[in-house]
Design a protein around this ligand. Sequence first.
Ligand SMILES: [Mg+2]
Ligand SMILES: [Zn+2]
Length: 215
Amino acid sequence: MIRRFKYVLFDMDNTLLKDLVVSVVATQKGFTKKLDALLESSIVSHEKNKEIALLMKGMSCGELLDIFRTIPIQDYAEDVIIALKKKGIRTGIATNSYLFLAEDLRRRLGVDDVYGNTLVVRNGVITGELLLHNTSLEKKFDGCRMHPICKRSIVNRICEAYKISPGEVIAVGDGRIDICMLETAGLGVAFNASFEVQQHADISTNDLRVILKYI
Ligand SMILES: [Mg+2]
Ligand SMILES: [Zn+2]
């Protein structure tokens, strides 16, 4: 087999982590009903993100980080990232969650890069304002909706930065927002994903170690 892959881009919630960050925070802080109502509502996803960020208003960064750190890391994630590094393959996290949390996970796992939405903080307190990664909210590609973070454009950005092609990228994710990166990458890995997401991936698995078969 030709060893062609040079980068692995991971989703965070329910991929590198075993849970959805905002659900865990909601359980701890007692706003699960409000969160579920938002998650199930039909408003567009970037508006949904902004409404969810408002639920975090008034919490300290430290408290949010403490809750975040209780979320278990996905089985074998650490081993897989170590194995990728040994092969000289770079790694990244692209998340529709909050950048400072993903940055914390990036450091813990030894991942190279991180992309996410910015939760605005003033004097250590969350203001409830959210700056989306996709600042212009353009629909950048056919087949992409107005993604709050367009993971296909992140694959492209990574390729420009490291002078590689999308065909040399492995993308791993579970959600609908991951579909555009799964399609763009040379190998799209649907992880613990719904049938809909699996339809857009090259392979489907519940075990992150499967990635190592392709490097
Ligand atoms: Mg996810
Ligand atoms: Zn997209």
